[in-house]
Design a protein around this ligand. Structure first.
Ligand code: SF4
Length: 487
């Protein structure tokens, strides 16, 4: 599908360059609206001038992605699912990563503690903070009051978006009535419940998830609900385990995504979800397998779904503290799959302060490259070791150390130049540089170029604490450095 160009968008704007939106020109506004950094509502002329109403409508249609976005929840943690323009990330980028919801039963005695833990869960990894996206509250009790009580409780202790799950429409809507102001996702509409749940969703402006393992039926329900006035839909074609069923699950999701992105079927133009957690209700877990062997099945399904840009997944494993490994695996994978290929993985070269090295005459100076995936982990390891030191980040054209040494982008000259440019030796009373182990072969040339004593550090920055303990002897190094002039 061809994307609209900034010029096409510009043609629908006021073109007065009035700057009221904060942009100097309407053209700059057009460029950023295409990148979803701003919204149509940010131009007061489009919103308030009745003469521009037609252009506003045209613009909204022009920039609405073929797979429409769905917003679940309210406030800071509201999550957008779907809204993608491409099938493969490299064709442009994915805009909204797979939202991970954790299922909790409404009769879970640990509900409160679990919700608090999941709400506060934060994993820091290479400069990003990874968090969970929502709670899927399952009606296991079969009791509407219990469901309402649990839904209300979650909203009191958490700002995470909620997906209400029940196959009983009366119970589902009892819970929805209780927390409708929090904009929960209603799961699930079937051929038997579409009218009752659909009407409630329209009246209250809520999003719904449709479930059917028959794609034709799914499309038919999608069409019916849109006609009814439902504005936000998530499609669930089922998550199936057992021999051959992984490929059926995969195929169904890909068919829906393809039909949406290629605009083959307007009824498919919505976010797609999967429920890896269904493993625990569909499969026999009373066999000889160990618990982790079952959990792995669920996580493999979750990983498969993330890798094909399924827009929302519901997990069972990972809600307990001791199951953090499961979320670590899926959140790490998600971070990789959804990184923007258009953003160059480089950070600014410079001299970075770690801890409080200012008053330390012998504060160590570590050298690294400006590849983002190198600089950030090194920085985190230095902080994790509670070191007060300097980190000299050299411009290696955003390439990692090993490749940049081989390709010549990370060389003695560029390191010496960076040390001079950023005044590394002005901050300390020594002339010692700690070179990463992977660049050891540059040490001789660097000593000449930078007029410094060069120590080779560990190959991996996780070895820095040990290196500091056993090999960092700045006074000895400086004695040796000073003796050079006497030779
Ligand atoms: S507020 Fe609207 S008219 Fe004014 S510069 Fe921005 S886009 Fe153009």
């Amino acid at each position: 599908m061809a994307r609209p160009s900034p010029l096409e968008i510009y043609a629908l704007l006021d073109k007065s360059n009035c700057k009221e939106c904060g942009y100097d020109t309407c053209m700059a506004f057009a460029t950023d609206i295409l990148e979803r950094k701003i919204r149509v509502q940010d131009c007061p002329h489009l919103m308030q001038d009745p003469k521009q109403a037609k252009n506003r409508e045209k613009l909204i249609i022009l920039i609405t992605p073929p797979q429409k976005p769905v917003i679940i929840g309210t406030g800071d943690r509201a999550v957008t699912v779907g809204g993608e323009e491409v099938l493969m990330r490299h064709q442009l980028t994915y805009y909204n990563q797979t939202a991970i919801f954790m299922e909790i039963a409404d009769d879970d005695p640990d509900l409160e503690e679990t919700v608090k833990y999941l709400t506060d869960l934060k994993i820091e990894r290479i400069g990003d903070v990874l968090t969970l996206d929502g709670i899927a509250l399952r009606n296991v009790s079969g009791d509407a009051d219990q469901f309402k009580l649990a839904a209300k409780k979650i909203t009191e202790i958490s700002n995470l978006p909620i997906m209400l799950c029940s196959i009983n429409a009366d119970i589902l809507l009892a819970g929805a009535e209780e927390i409708k102001d929090k904009k929960p996702l209603l799961y699930a509409i079937t051929k038997d419940t579409w009218e009752q749940i659909g009407k409630f969703a329209v009246q209250n402006g809520l999003s719904v998830a449709i479930f059917s393992n028959n794609l034709d039926e799914l499309m038919s329900l999608s069409a019916t609900l849109q006609k009814l006035g439902v504005k936000e839909i998530v499609l669930d074609s089922g998550t199936y385990y057992g021999s051959g069923n992984l490929s059926i699950t995969y195929d169904n999701i890909m068919q829906l995504r393809t039909a949406a992105i290629k605009k083959e079927n307007v009824n498919a133009g919505w976010a797609v979800m999967g429920v890896p957690a269904s493993y625990w209700s569909l499969m026999d877990i009373s066999d000889d397998k160990k618990l982790w062997e079952h959990q792995y099945q669920e996580l493999i399904m979750g990983a498969m779904m993330e890798s094909i840009d399924t827009n929302l997944i519901v997990l069972h494993t990972g809600k307990k503290k001791e199951e953090i490994w499961a979320l670590l695996a899926l959140m790490t994978l998600r971070q990789s799959v959804f990184s923007d290929p258009r953003i160059y993985p480089a950070v600014d070269p410079g001299l970075y302060k770690i801890g409080e090295p200012e008053d330390m005459a012998m504060a160590p100076i570590f050298v690294t490259s400006n590849y983002r995936m190198t600089k950030i982990p090194v920085e985190q390891d230095l902080k994790g070791a509670n070191l007060d030191c300097w980190l000299l980040v050299v411009d290696s054209e955003g390439i990692g150390i090993e490749s940049a040494v081989a390709g010549g982008q990370f060389n003695a000259g560029s390191i010496a130049e960076a040390a001079k440019e950023f005044g590394a030796f002005d901050k300390v009373k020594h002339r010692i540089l700690i070179l990463p182990g992977m660049a050891a072969r540059l040490s001789g040339a660097l000593e000449d170029e930078a007029n410094a004593f060069v120590v080779v550090g560990p190959r991996d920055s996780s070895g820095i604490p040990k290196f500091m303990e056993t090999q960092w002897k700045p006074d000895e190094f400086m004695k040796e450095y000073e003796s050079w002039g006497e030779d």
